[in-house]
Design a protein around this ligand. Structure first.
Ligand code: AMP
Ligand code: MN
Ligand code: MN
Ligand code: MN
Length: 285
């Protein structure tokens, strides 16, 4: 049987609901053979994930999802098979973590002006020892009775242009790709259709991404429609990028997104796992 790949998911190190150990147990239960844990701007969960993966017999790739800017647009870059201890990557991520902390304080100030007090200590507690994300603000707003669910919180307060939104000077795309490459990883542009970019712009983004050393693009995600997959596959082919696949799993409450539950990669694409080492190659038919 072919191995089941899931190369994008989150733990409590960022905005996932499950601890790395819980996530690995769920991945085992769902039949995942190769998992990459890709928390937002942090490698904090990888050590615990590796210990669980070893016990459960899952092949774990060290991963990350880094927030980056290109022409002032925020993009998410997945780094796969990285060395989390590499000093170039670690220094870059330390800066991103600082930016997350500063942004959270500014967001709390903006919400306070809208009459919603004490957001900072609340999100700090919700994120526990992990990175604070907008998802934590969404949960806080739901708990405070200001939104009916996460989506509503984003629509009312947290999306670009809404009262709680704070633009952030994430590292530039070329820097982020350079960190990932320095750490021995491969850089994959996450969910290319989720940025609401025109065809012209997504082409520009992918050309620039490849130009600075990016090698892959996500073609199948947990929420991709058949049309999304067709379009993303065309983008991969057009730009000569390897194809990746990942659920972007965050929590068990979302019935639509599950670890390892992904449509197959369309034929004719170069799967990103061709670039991984012998531990992965030995699982391939
Ligand atoms: P951040 O990187 O802190 O800006 O947070 C981005 C995260 O917020 C994404 O990875 C998603 O998990 C979540 N997110 C973004 N937009 C939405 C939305 N419209 N509804 C629910 N969650 C969202
Ligand atoms: Mn997220
Ligand atoms: Mn993302
Ligand atoms: Mn993600």
């Amino acid at each position: 049987m072919s191995p089941v790949f899931d190369l994008h998911c989150h733990s409590t190190a960022s905005d996932g609901a499950l601890s790395p150990a819980e996530l690995l147990m769920r991945a085992k239960d769902k039949g995942v053979s190769v998992l990459a844990l890709t928390d937002h701007d942090t490698t904090f969960g990888l050590e615990a994930a590796a210990a669980s993966a070893e016990q459960l017999g899952i092949c774990l790739l060290n991963g990350i999802e880094v927030s980056a800017l290109y022409a002032n647009q925020c993009l998410h870059v997945i780094g796969l098979d990285i060395d989390p201890k590499h000093p170039v990557l670690a220094a870059g991520l330390a800066r991103q973590s600082e930016l997350r902390g500063q942004r959270a304080r500014k967001m709390a100030e903006k919400l306070a002006k809208k009459g919603i007090a004490d957001a900072y200590p609340a999100v700090r507690a919700l994120a526990s020892t992990g990175e604070i994300t907008r998802s934590h603000f969404a949960d806080f707003l739901v708990q405070a009775g200001k939104a009916k669910d996460q989506q509503d919180a984003f629509d009312k307060y947290l999306s670009k242009g809404k009262p709680g939104y704070v633009p952030t000077q994430w590292a530039e795309l070329d820097e982020v790709v350079a960190w990932i490459n320095a750490a021995g990883g491969v850089a994959v542009l996450a969910h290319p259709l989720r940025y609401n970019l025109s065809h012209k712009w997504i082409d520009r983004v992918l050309a620039a991404f490849k130009q600075v050393g990016g090698v892959g693009v996500e073609v199948v995600t947990g929420r991709s429609s058949p049309d999304d997959i067709r379009l993303s596959a065309q983008l991969a082919l057009k730009h000569g990028l390897y194809a990746s696949i990942g659920s972007d799993f965050h929590n068990p409450d979302n019935p639509w997104v599950e670890l390892g539950k992904l449509a197959p990669l369309p034929a004719g694409l170069q799967p990103i796992w061709q670039l991984f080492g012998s531990a992965v190659q030995s699982l391939l038919p």
